[in-house]
Design a protein around this ligand. Structure first.
Ligand code: ZN
Length: 306
């Protein structure tokens, strides 16, 4: 913020010298702030939220992003007959409804366990990838390490649960990278190492549950995804696929309520574990068990995009 203040001061001096004269200081400061934030937005950057200010209660925020919505229904689910069914070619349920239902159920489980939860959508609305990342980044601003962002997808392709972590190279900034501006399109690079750890935690939670025909197997892939790559939090995209037997035949459909329950409960367990582990990193003076946040830090300059 120092750069912002210096910039503000310099522009202020310039304006006073040229055409402001003895105008109201307050109005000038206000106008300059707007101009500065506008400029920062134009530069297209994401603010990597630092640790909560000293004395402030530590927050632990989970962002749930139910993929698709509105016009974008996503894949057709629930009647896969072969592994090669392309998205949209099956019958049954629409992906956007499955992801929303899972988001709503996971939110309830997490809130009952004391998490602060922010969702990107609560209904059938369409949101682009940048809007989703903006919501996430505002929600986690100031949460420091106490955050996790999950993007929920569903598919007919493959088997089990697919976990995706950004393919961006880790910047190696770790927690010391927090508190600075990051390029919007690659903001996740500062969090990739922690995202991989979070994916590991989700993976081990899934190993402990089974649904219908057998255990839920999880696979981890790296991918470049627009929303995910801009998120300033440990972030994992989770794609639930049918459970298939050795002959690739579907044993359990994605639309199976029991299967969804198992996955959602495993995610809640993983996040509880994540919160406990992260709590130790939050440092002395913080209260990692505390989940009562002061609401999303929307005014703390979350990710900005022109
Ligand atoms: Zn999807």
């Amino acid at each position: 913020m120092l750069i912002l203040r210096r910039f503000e001061r310099r522009v202020g001096e310039e304006l006073r010298r040229t055409w402001i004269g003895d105008g109201s200081e307050r109005a000038l400061t206000c106008a300059l702030r707007i101009a500065c934030y506008g400029l920062l937005g134009w530069l297209s950057v994401a603010w990597a939220g630092g640790q909560a200010p000293a004395g402030a209660p530590a927050r632990f925020v989970v962002v749930l992003d139910a993929a698709h919505g509105g016009e974008d229904g996503g894949a057709r689910l629930g009647s896969a007959t072969s592994d090669s069914d392309a998205p949209g070619q099956g019958g049954g349920e629409v992906e956007k409804n499955v992801t929303l239902a899972m988001s709503v159920r996971l939110r309830s489980l997490l809130m009952a366990r004391g998490f602060q939860v922010v969702t990107t959508r609560e209904g059938n609305v369409s949101l682009d990838a940048d809007a989703r990342a903006q919501i996430a980044n505002r929600a986690v601003a100031g949460a420091g390490n106490g955050a996790a962002c999950l993007i929920l997808h569903a598919t007919e392709m493959g088997s089990g649960v697919h976990l995706f972590v950004s393919s961006l190279a880790p910047t190696g900034l770790g927690t010391t990278g927090l508190g600075r501006f990051l390029p919007w399109k690659t903001a996740q690079s500062a969090y990739v190492s922690r995202s991989l750890k979070l994916a590991g935690q989700v993976n081990s939670a899934l190993e402990h549950v089974s649904a219908g025909g057998g255990p839920i197997t999880a696979t981890l892939k790296r991918a470049s995804l627009p929303g995910l790559d801009s998120m300033t939090c440990p972030a994992v995209a989770i794609e639930i696929a049918p459970i298939r037997g050795g002959d690739r035949k579907v044993l359990t459909e994605v639309t199976d309520p029991e299967y969804q329950t198992q996955v959602v409960e495993a995610l809640a367990a993983a996040l509880l574990e994540w919160k406990t582990d992260t709590g130790a990193d939050l440092g002395p003076g913080s209260s990692p068990a505390s989940s009562s946040g002061s609401g999303p830090g929307a005014d703390k300059a979350g990710g900005r995009q022109p």
